[in-house]
Design a protein. Structure first.
Ligand SMILES: C[S@@+](CC[C@H](N)C(=O)[O-])C[C@H]1O[C@@H](n2cnc3c(N)ncnc32)[C@H](O)[C@@H]1O
Ligand SMILES: [Zn+2]
Length: 339
């Protein structure tokens, strides 16, 4: 078993033997779990009933604790007690990836660390299109993603998460992934970006700064980073065609002058739907095909949609009955989203 951290590594045969034992044990521990299902309930209560060391990785966008659009569930970041339960069910060497907000990430990271995780890194997800929430605040343009690990050092799946670089030709490897991710604006296509798109702004500035027209200078632009689009209306509603549409709250609702603005009705009316491509990349980084990933704050189920696309099994826990319905409908759409 890999339960204790060690300073010296054991011989290769011993590592192989332990890995085989660990795989068998994981299979047994997972036998009674609701695999590829959405569990309705409070994560803390649900997790208390699960065995130790039964999950390969945890990838989640939890409440940020910023009272987003006045949502009650967003009053605080998850408690240390909940992170402790997540630490218990995660396998040794397993990873936890947690989206957070610039205003509260420190509290999130402290609770994660106090629960027993090693906080290893932070991925910065830049989107450049948030709204300033108040005249005394800066416009949000990135979310920090906390990278943490349980117990012994283990490798990230660097090769699976490499950045496509077609211009390097078939001889070279794709680029080593960095801890920065950029989002295109919804509506950007391969040919043209929408105005104000963060990727486009950075690319054009890099080209402006580059004095040489040589190929190597061209490669200095930001295409070395991972890009994804923010969740488009089509992406968020895919699979929800038969669900009742409801009013989706937006930032405009929080402005006194916009209280009566025309509401947008949507089948997936979850206020914080994350992009499938971002979740796919995060899952690739910490899971191999066939692994089991847990999202204890499943919302409209984006992590499940992304896991389906990557051939990874998943479990989602969500306390809101309406969001569970949306998540079930979206995660059934596996084939239409898989590339
Ligand atoms: C930021 S959202 C997740 C969004 C999701 N990643 C998506 O793309 O739709 C957080 C979700 O956690 C749920 N939640 C908050 N506290 C919870 C708890 N203790 N147990 C289960 N779900 C919880 C909320 O209802 C909300 O839907
Ligand atoms: Zn773009």
């Amino acid at each position: 078993m890999l339960r204790k951290e060690r300073s010296t590594s054991p011989p290769p045969d011993e590592i192989k033997r332990r890995l085989t034992l660990e795989r068998r044990r994981l299979k047994r521990a997972q036998a009674n779990l609701p695999i590829c299902k959405v569990v309705r309930g409070d994560s803390l209560k649900v997790l208390c009933k699960w065995p130790d060391y039964c999950i390969d990785a945890i990838v989640t966008g939890p409440p940020y604790g910023i009272q987003f659009l006045g949502e009650k569930w967003d009053n605080d970041v998850p408690s240390e007690e909940l992170w402790r339960q997540l630490h218990r069910v995660l396998k040794a060497g397993g990873r936890l990836l947690v989206l957070s907000a610039t205003r509260t990430w420190h509290r999130m990271a402290t609770r994660i660390e106090s629960a027993g995780f090693h906080v290893e890194d932070e991925i910065v997800w830049i989107y450049g299109q948030g709204f300033p929430k108040h005249s005394s605040k800066l416009k949000p343009a990135h979310d920090p993603i906390i990278v943490a690990r349980k117990g012994p050092v283990s490798d990230l799946n660097i090769d699976a998460a490499r950045i496509r670089e077609p211009r390097l030709g078939s001889q070279s490897k794709d680029r080593w992934p960095a801890n920065v991710v950029f989002s295109h604006t919804p509506g950007c296509t391969d040919e043209k970006c929408q105005s104000g798109c963060a990727v486009d702004l950075l690319n054009s500035q890099a080209k402006y700064l580059s004095t040489s027209k040589s190929r190597s200078a061209d490669l200095n632009n930001v295409s070395r980073f991972f890009y994804c689009t923010r969740a488009s209306t089509r992406e968020r509603n895919l699979g929800c065609e038969n669900l009742e549409k409801k009013r989706k709250a937006t930032f405009m609702d929080t402005l006194p002058s916009n209280r009566n603005s025309e509401a947008r009705e949507m089948a997936n009316f979850h206020p914080t739907v994350q992009p499938v491509d971002l979740m796919r990349w995060l899952i690739r980084l910490v899971c191999k095909p066939g692994d089991l990933v847990l999202d204890p704050f499943f919302g409209s189920g984006t992590t499940g949609v992304a896991a389906n696309c990557e051939g990874v099994r998943w479990i989602g826990i969500e306390m809101d009955v309406n969001y569970c319905r949306i998540a079930r409908a979206r995660t059934r759409m596996r084939k239409r989203l898989a590339r």
